[in-house]
Design a protein around this ligand. Structure first.
Ligand code: RM4
Ligand code: MN
Ligand code: MN
Length: 431
């Protein structure tokens, strides 16, 4: 199964070519930050420590309900997905973990899967359950819901699937289960809104009761789709209420694309941090809804403002503050590896920019109600080109100065196209 891998020598060779320009840019940024009283070294170390997990479902070409246009050399199983995730990590060095989705990634032997990941230098982050599709030979349908279904037999089946995900996660070394349900109603009156939430809570309590020590349960809300009138866990309010009811191991997961247009996501993040219920993120970007576009592609300022809240919370050292960062995107028209690398760097960039915020000045302007200057402090941080800092972090961790250039120079995709003859043609629909 040993397929083509990008050789370390290629990375070194490309890095050598860019070395002197990089050194110049880095020195310039260092001097610029020094004038502002910021230690570039500290920020670089912080960026080096940052990790964001890759979604196994993100390395295949995604699609919409209208269709899917597969790219060449797509991974055909979870082992090949790991190969592609490993390339992202090899070049970018900020994505050492992978978030699997079941049953999409189900294998006979999870121990073998864990070893395969380890051989690539990868480990497993939160496991995701799927009760939003029916699987072949499944007894009960999820057409009208899963954990909140009116029929107790359907609920029991959905609970059992989540418990199986925990078992798989245990074998993989994961420590969290993310639950997103598609349950909801398409028409007013279709569902008793209160009872549906009650049933959801009862099912989730059964799952919560089985969480192994040290595990967390992430509740992911989503405003609409596939239910178009009301989803059971529609927003952060419902998510927070459920997490509070369930207990301390239950936390809210914020997928950036799951809110009403123009919602102030950074404020939601601030609230969840304040009340110790921020479990993690699914990063992506969107213009209209759950577009699952690449992180930072549409609204990088929003991403920065979110990291402004996160880094403030880190500075305050709030107890147990360790959200799980994951990417959740659908790459419909790009090479997924290229999109994931670019997105991981965009997320890192938002973090690095947030680290440059002059907190003391910001606070002083806030106290003085000087709105313009307060925004100015944020702008100064956001507008700083932290590219050289990110490149330096990558370089020190053994990655590529220019991940995209190395990836393209390697010819990885063409090699995989030859190695991975596609047997089945996938239909339309999501990833
Ligand atoms: C949903 C949600 C979940 C993801 C599925 C594939 O919209 O974002 O996190 O698992 O899509
Ligand atoms: Mn998501
Ligand atoms: Mn989504």
């Amino acid at each position: 199964m040993a397929g083509y891998r990008i050789e370390g020598g290629l990375i070194e060779e490309q890095n050598r070519k860019g070395a002197s320009a990089h050194a110049e840019d880095l020195a310039h940024l260092g001097r610029q930050l020094e004038r502002r009283g910021i230690d570039i070294e500290r920020a670089t170390l912080r960026v080096q420590r940052f990790e964001v997990a890759l979604p196994t479902w993100g390395v295949g070409t995604g699609g919409t309900r209208f269709g899917r246009f597969p790219g060449p050399g797509e991974p055909r199983n979870v082992f090949e997905k790991l190969e592609d995730c490993a390339v992202v990590q090899q070049l970018v060095r900020t994505t050492p973990a992978v978030s699997p989705h079941f049953p999409w990634d189900t294998v006979e032997d999870f121990g073998e899967l864990r070893e395969a990941a380890a051989a690539h230098g990868l480990r497993f982050d939160a496991v995701n359950s799927n009760t939003f599709q029916d699987q072949p030979r499944q007894r009960h349908s999820y057409k009208f819901g899963s954990l909140s279904h009116t029929d107790p037999a359907v609920r029991a089946q959905a609970v059992a699937h989540n418990l199986a995900c925990i078992e798989a996660g245990r074998a993989l070394g994961s420590q969290a289960l993310t639950v997103w349900i598609a349950d909801g109603a398409n028409f007013p009156g279709q569902q008793d809104l209160t009872r549906a939430f009650e049933r959801y809570l009862a099912s989730m309590a059964e799952i919560y009761a089985e969480l192994p020590n040290g595990w967390q349960l992430f509740l992911e809300h989503k405003l609409y789709e596939p239910a178009f009138y009301a989803t059971v866990i529609s927003d952060w309010g419902s998510s927070y209420l459920a997490a509070r009811e369930l207990g301390p191991k239950a936390k809210c997961l914020v997928d950036l694309g799951h809110h009403a247009p123009n919602v102030n996501i950074e404020q939601i993040v601030a609230r969840l941090i304040q009340f110790k219920k921020l479990g993690g993120f699914h990063f992506n970007d969107s213009k209209y809804g759950d577009d699952d576009l690449d992180a930072g592609a549409i609204d990088p300022f929003q991403l920065f403002l979110i990291f402004a809240e996160l880094s403030a919370a880190e500075d305050d050292r709030r107890d147990g503050f360790a959200p799980a960062y994951m990417i959740d995107q659908s790459h419909n028209v790009t090479d997924p590896i290229e999109s994931l690398m670019t997105s991981a760097v965009a997320i890192q960039r938002a973090l690095a920019q947030a680290l440059l915020i002059d907190r003391a000045a910001l606070q002083a302007h806030q106290e003085a109600n000087d709105a313009l200057q307060a925004l100015g402090v944020l702008r100064q941080a956001f507008q700083t080109d932290v590219g050289p800092l990110l490149a330096e972090a990558r370089l020190r961790s053994g990655g590529a100065l220019e991940p995209l250039a190395v990836y393209r120079a390697s010819g990885y995709r063409a090699r995989k196209h030859a190695e991975r003859p596609q047997t089945a043609s996938f239909g339309g629909g999501i990833v």
